[in-house]
Ligand binder design. Structure first.
Ligand SMILES: Cc1cc2nc3c(=O)[nH]c(=O)nc-3n(C[C@H](O)[C@H](O)[C@H](O)COP(=O)(O)OP(=O)(O)OC[C@H]3O[C@@H](n4cnc5c(N)ncnc54)[C@H](O)[C@@H]3O)c2cc1C
Length: 452
C-alpha cells in the first residue's frame, strides 16, 4: 500500500464549497496520517448556495457521511425519524402506489436515508472540514485556471495567483474549470420546477395535509410530478412540469403561487390545498443535466472535475449529491493509494465514470417513467409499483455491506447492470443504494495489484 504522493503531503486547492468540495476536503484530511494542506475557494460570502432546497441522501451517501464523523450532528437536526423514505402517489387522484418505510430501507441497506436542508448539511460539513484543518476562503471566486503547467495555477477575483500540486474543480454544473479542460458543454434543461415552503405548524393543524409530516412524498403524472419533503424547519414542495420556462442557473426568480395553481390545476386536491398554505416566496427553476464528458481530468492529470462539474444529473435520480459524496471518498483514497497525482486522478476517473454515467442515464429514464402519459405503459407502471411494494415488504435483508476498514473478502465486480433502466427496477435500485464506495475503491486497487 502506498501512502500518497510524497511524505510531506500535497498542496491541494478545491474550487467550490458545495457538497462535493467540502466533502472532499473532509475526505482528504481524515486519511490516515494525512499531511495535505487543503484550501477551499468559494465565490460567495458563505457556503449557503443560491439554491437552498431540500436534499435526500440515500444509503450509499449516508454511509459515507458516517465515516466522515458527521452523522450524529446531522441526525440531531432531523426532528424525528421519517416514517417513510418514499411514498409514491398518483398525481391526479393521490392513490398510493408504493411505500418504502424507513425501517425497511435501514434493514435492506444497513444505513439510513435522510431528508435534510442543504444549508444545514453544508454548515455541518464546513464545520467538520475546518475542524480537520481545511482553510475555507469565501468571497474568493476563481476567475482563471492554468491547467497545463506542472503545478496548476488558479487566479482569484482579487488578482492573486496561487499554485497547487492538485486542483479539484468542485465548481458545479456551470464549471469554469471544465471549460478550460473541455471547452463549453451545454447543460440540457428539460424541465421547469416551482419551489415553495409550507409552515410545519400550519401543516400540523390541517387534517388533509398533516400526513406530510415526517414523510417524503412523490406524486407522478403525465408530464408532471410533485415532490414533498418534510424538513426540520419547513415542508418543502417542488412542482415540476415539462416546460422550458425557468432560467438556467437562476435560483432566485420568484413566481406567483396563483400561476402555479393554474399550471397544476389537474393535481389531486391535497396538492392544490398545499399551495394555499405557501409560506414566503415561490421560486421558478430550470432543472438540467449535462451529457457524459469525454474526460474529467486535464492532460497532465493535475486538475480534476468532481461532483456536478463532472456529471450533473437530473434530480429525478435523487443522486447528484450522493454521487458527489462518493467522488470525495474515492478521490481521497486514490490519492492515498498511488504515488503520483496523475495516477490518482486516472484511477479516480476509472472507478467513478461508469457508475455516474449509468446513474445519470437512469435519472433521465426515471423522469420518463414518472411522467408517462395515461395509457397501457402507465397502467403497467402503476401495477408494477404496487407489486414491488408488496414484494419489498416481504424481502429478506441482503448480506451486510463489507466494512471498508477491512480488506474485501473477495474482489467484487462493481460494474453497473448491463442495461440502463430507471431506478425503480430492483436491480438498479440495489446497484445504487447497496453500493459502498470504500469497498469498491479497495477492490479496484486489489485487482490492479493482482494484475501486476
Ligand atoms: C431541485 C434539485 C433537487 C435535488 N435533489 C437531490 C436529492 O434529493 N438528492 C441528491 O443526491 N441530489 C439532489 N440534487 C443534486 C445535488 O443538489 C447536486 O448534485 C449537488 O449539490 C452537487 O454539488 P456540487 O458541490 O458538485 O455543486 P454545487 O452545489 O453547485 O456547488 C458548487 C460550488 O462552487 C461554487 N463556485 C462555482 N464557481 C466558482 C468559482 N469560479 N470560484 C469559486 N467558487 C465557485 C458555487 O458557488 C458553489 O458553492 C438536486 C438538485 C436539484 C437542482
Amino acid at each position: 500500500m502506498t501512502t500518497g504522493p510524497g511524505p510531506g503531503g500535497l498542496d491541494i486547492g478545491i474550487v467550490g464549497a458545495g457538497i462535493a468540495g467540502l466533502a472532499t476536503a473532509i475526505a482528504l484530511l481524515i486519511q490516515d496520517g494525512s499531511k495535505h494542506r487543503v484550501t477551499v475557494f468559494e465565490k460567495y460570502p458563505n457556503c449557503q448556495p443560491a439554491f437552498s432546497g431540500p436534499v435526500q441522501l440515500h444509503t450509499n451517501a449516508t454511509r459515507i457521511l458516517a465515516k466522515y464523523g458527521v452523522s450524529d450532528q446531522i441526525e440531531s437536526c432531523l426532528p424525528e425519524m421519517h416514517h417513510s423514505v418514499q411514498n409514491i402517489h398518483k398525481y391526479r387522484d393521490g392513490r398510493l402506489l408504493y411505500n418504502l418505510p424507513t425501517a425497511v430501507a435501514l434493514k435492506l441497506y444497513q444505513s439510513p436515508v435522510w431528508n435534510l436542508s442543504r444549508n444545514e448539511l453544508l454548515d455541518i460539513m464546513l464545520a467538520r472540514a475546518s475542524e480537520l484543518g481545511a482553510v475555507c476562503k469565501f468571497n474568493a471566486g476563481v476567475v482563471d485556471v492554468n491547467v497545463d503547467v506542472d503545478k496548476p495555477l488558479i487566479q482569484l477575483e482579487s488578482g492573486e495567483t496561487l499554485s497547487f500540486d492538485l486542483v479539484i474543480a468542485a465548481d458545479g454544473i456551470h464549471s469554469k474549470i471544465r471549460t478550460k479542460i473541455l471547452g463549453s458543454v451545454d447543460p440540457v434543461c428539460p424541465l421547469t420546477a416551482y419551489s415553495l415552503n409550507v409552515d410545519r405548524d400550519r401543516l400540523k393543524m390541517d387534517k388533509d395535509l398533516n400526513f406530510l409530516l415526517n414523510r417524503s412524498g412523490f406524486w407522478i403524472g403525465p408530464k408532471k410530478s410533485v415532490v414533498g419533503m418534510d424538513l426540520p424547519s419547513t415542508c418543502s414542495l417542488i412542482y415540476c412540469n415539462e416546460k422550458d420556462d425557468g432560467e438556467e442557473g437562476v435560483w432566485d426568480r420568484t413566481f406567483d403561487v396563483e400561476d402555479i395553481k393554474k399550471e397544476f390545476a389537474d393535481a389531486e386536491p391535497r396538492l392544490l390545498k398545499a399551495l394555499d398554505l405557501a409560506d414566503g416566496p415561490c421560486y421558478i427553476w430550470s432543472l438540467s443535466d449535462i451529457p457524459e464528458l469525454s474526460t474529467w481530468i486535464s492532460s497532465n492529470g493535475k486538475v480534476v472535475l468532481i461532483g456536478d462539474a463532472a456529471h450533473a444529473m437530473l434530480p429525478f435520480a435523487a443522486q447528484g449529491a450522493g454521487c458527489s459524496l462518493e467522488d470525495s471518498a474515492c478521490l481521497a483514497e486514490c490519492i492515498t493509494r498511488t504515488n503520483t497525482v496523475s495516477d490518482a486522478t486516472a484511477a479516480f476517473e476509472a472507478i467513478r465514470k461508469t457508475r455516474t454515467t449509468f446513474i445519470s442515464a437512469a435519472g433521465r429514464l426515471n423522469l420518463e417513467f414518472c411522467h408517462l402519459a395515461n395509457g397501457p405503459a402507465q397502467e403497467a407502471r402503476d401495477a408494477g409499483l404496487e407489486m414491488m411494494w408488496d414484494k419489498q415488504s416481504k424481502r429478506e435483508a441482503p448480506p451486510p455491506v463489507p466494512d471498508a476498514t477491512h480488506p474485501p473478502q473477495e474482489l467484487r465486480d462493481y460494474a453497473p447492470p448491463e442495461q440502463v433502466t430507471n431506478l425503480f427496477t430492483p436491480v438498479a435500485r440495489e446497484y445504487v443504494s447497496g453500493y459502498d464506495i470504500f469497498a469498491h475503491t479497495r477492490s479496484y486497487f486489489a485487482a490492479h495489484k493482482q494484475a501486476g
